[in-house]
Design a protein around this ligand. Structure first.
Ligand code: ADP
Length: 628
């Protein structure tokens, strides 16, 4: 059975990791969306709950007033005016908003044709006849219609037989109603009278006019603050408005919210009557008491009673239920909107933020994985190259060593006789030893540059002098190979700021390579010139060319990597360590220059050192800044 190669394992691992990451990203996105939806639903539901609390809060605020005027038991001695004034004063003494009531009226219908409106004069304990105030017209018509209807349906009740006293009337299902236009609380009272054998039922309507300023400026803000927190710290803007034909903002915790015509609330609830969510999105909430679209809202609610509260002082009295009188002008609505524009916007922003963080983490994970893979690949390649290097260097060391050993053996065995032969052997040993020393030097230099441990000594140098020094150093190799060196160096070349020794070493390396890989042509071209370099500054270029084997395009990018040797060079049995070019590149770059190559396989190569030309001042600056 053939085992998969290490590379196949690697590719499988990388593919697996990539798939896992994509899957993770997808799951992350999906679950984050689900969390977003659930959060929006939950926030809207809890917002509806808070709006319900505000409704309850308002009913609790108005309940003491209703309780003060509620008549539960027939009282034979009741003097309506005096008793109501007493009840009213009692309420006023206990209330934190005594200015809530701006007028108390009684509208009496002795029969269907005769009626009179009275105003309670609290200072004189009497009921004074008065005209209908402005704005009461709708209410008057409504009460008139209700009275006619009720009178025809009312028959004396058995429990009230013989009584002459008024009893609270419960028109429809509630005994208290609110006219949201005036605004005013309305309460029906019926009175049965016996005239001889004839029993008549008279209706009296109690109208308590409320002060809209007190509601808007004191009561609403207090209740809203109780359930939504302080105005400037609340997550939601809350408003109480009247919609419809004559819109009005009673209260808004944010000036820009609740403005007529702008329908940007997250939740809306009617303030009186059975609660009905007024917005599409409010229906997302799953409150069991909320009416569903198309379903008639419940007319009674649990924990609410229409009778007077328990007399037990230990139990907090339940609020009175107050039913709305609907008009075309519109009912009061309670609106709330998230401070960020909407619950949707707030949660979406949070959702995107958390998505960004999550994807950031995933990206980091991906980057780390890629880095680990790349690093380990590089480490593997480096290990491979190092093995090649060890093999190559051993080979490089063995060749001159073999020469030295055999020459020394010949001298020791006395095979070499005569002064001239001994001198030749000596010279051969010297050359081989020199080669060895150069190689060791190269390896040490490479190690030093890799650790940034090489110290450069910068100076102003003439280019032709550096080239001459490099040729001089390479002269044994040039001579032995029988190569011809052709120079083309203009006389007026500017000086360059370089480390003379380092640049000489680089050039020597390139000349040696040109001879090593120059093939049968045995020709080395050295050309210097000035030109515009990258981003246009002037530079000196020194090009070393040969007409040898050239470099394959696939090797061109890699020949500057440490220990890398092109396949052609190795198979042609040309010795080398793969350190010369990386060393030259590092050194040239340390001197502010670049090393480039152009090559055509089987035609030859040209390596160019680009050195920036510095102005006098720049040169002085770089000399003084350079480490000595
Ligand atoms: P070495 O010559 O010791 O192998 P270098 O770092 O000097 O190491 O060169 C790296 C590789 O670049 C060489 O092995 C060779 O394949 C290629 N190379 C360098 N110079 C030339 C050149 N003038 N012509 C063709 N190939 C070259």
């Amino acid at each position: 059975m053939k085992l998969p190669s290490t590379n196949a394992w690697w590719y499988a691992l990388v593919a697996g990791l990539a798939i896992a990451l994509v899957l993770l990203a997808f799951l992350q996105y999906r679950s984050s969306r689900q969390i977003r939806e659930a959060t929006i639903d939950q926030m809207l539901a809890s917002l509806q709950g808070s709006l319900m609390d505000v409704r309850d809060g308002l009913e609790r605020e108005l309940s003491p007033l209703c309780r003060a005027f509620q008549i539960n038991e027939a009282d034979p001695h009741r003097n309506i005016a005096a008793d109501y004034v007493e009840d009213f004063n009692e309420w006023r003494g206990a209330s934190s908003h005594p200015d809530l009531v701006s007028g108390i009226y009684f509208w009496q219908r002795t029969d269907s044709h005769k009626s009179q409106l009275f105003q309670l004069d609290v200072n004189h304990n009497r009921l004074a006849p008065t005209d209908w105030p402005e704005g009461f017209r709708n209410l008057q018509e409504r009460l008139d219609a209700m009275s006619s209807e009720l009178e025809t349906t009312l028959t004396p009740a058995s429990d009230l037989r013989g009584s002459r006293k008024p009893v609270s009337l419960a028109p429809q299902s509630s005994s208290w109603m609110i006219d949201q236009n005036i605004p005013a609380l309305v309460h029906g009272i019926r009175e049965k009278k016996t005239q001889g054998s004839k029993e008549t039922v008279s209706l009296t309507w109690l109208i308590i006019r409320l002060n809209p300023e007190t509601l808007g400026q004191s009561i609403f803000p207090e209740i809203v603050q109780r359930y939504f927190g302080k105005q400037n710290q609340s997550t939601y803007a809350v408003a109480i408005v009247r919609k419809g034909a004559s819109p009005l903002v009673f209260y808004s915790s944010d000036d820009r919210f609740g403005v007529p015509g702008e329908d940007n609330a997250d939740a809306a609830l009617n303030l009186f009557g059975p609660p009905v969510p007024l917005l599409e999105k409010s229906r997302r909430g799953t409150q069991p008491w909320l009416a569903l679209p198309g379903v008639t809202p419940p007319t009674t609610q649990p924990n609410r009673v229409t009778i007077a509260p328990s007399a037990d002082p230990g139990i907090r009295p339940a609020p009175f239920r107050i039913d709305p009188l609907h008009y075309a002008a519109g009912d009061w609505e309670l609106l709330a909107r998230h401070q960020s524009g909407s619950v949707d916007a707030a949660v979406t922003a949070l959702h995107y933020r958390s998505l960004a963080i999550n994807f950031g983490v995933l990206l980091l994970l991906t980057a780390t994985t890629v880095l680990i893979i790349v690093t380990s690949q590089r480490a593997r390649r480096l290990a491979h190259l190092q093995m090649d290097f060890v093999a190559g260097v051993s080979h490089e060391l063995r060749t001159p060593l073999t020469g030295i050993v055999s020459a020394a053996e010949n001298i020791a065995d006395g095979v070499v006789r005569g002064e001239e032969r001994v001198t030749r052997y000596g010279a051969a040993i010297l050359m081989q030893a020199q080669q060895l020393s150069d190689l060791v030097e190269q390896i040490l230099l490479f190690a030093a540059t890799e650790k940034n441990g090489h110290r450069y000594v910068f100076q102003m140098a003439d280019v032709d002098e550096v080239i001459e020094a490099a040729i001089r150093n390479a002269s044994p190799v040039i001579r032995n190979s029988g190569s011809k060196v052709e120079k083309e160096i203009p006389a007026d070349l500017p000086q360059v700021v370089v480390d003379f020794k380092a640049l000489t070493h680089c050039l020597q390396n390139l000349i040696t390579n040109a001879i090593k890989y120059g093939g049968a042509a045995k020709w080395v071209g050295i050309r210097a010139s000035t030109a515009n370099g990258l981003n246009d500054p002037q530079e000196v270029r020194i090009t070393i060319s040969d007409k040898g084997m050239g470099i394959e395009p696939k090797d061109l990018e890699r020949i500057f990597e440490p220990f890398y040797r092109a396949e052609g060079a190795a198979s042609a049995q040309i010795h080398g360590s793969g350190l010369g070019l990386p060393l030259a590149k590092t050194m040239v770059e340390a001197m502010g220059g670049r090393l480039t190559v152009e090559s055509v396989p089987q035609k030859g190569s040209a390596f160019t050192i680009h050195l920036p030309i510095k102005s006098q001042q720049e040169a002085l600056d770089s000399l003084s800044a350079a480490p000595s």
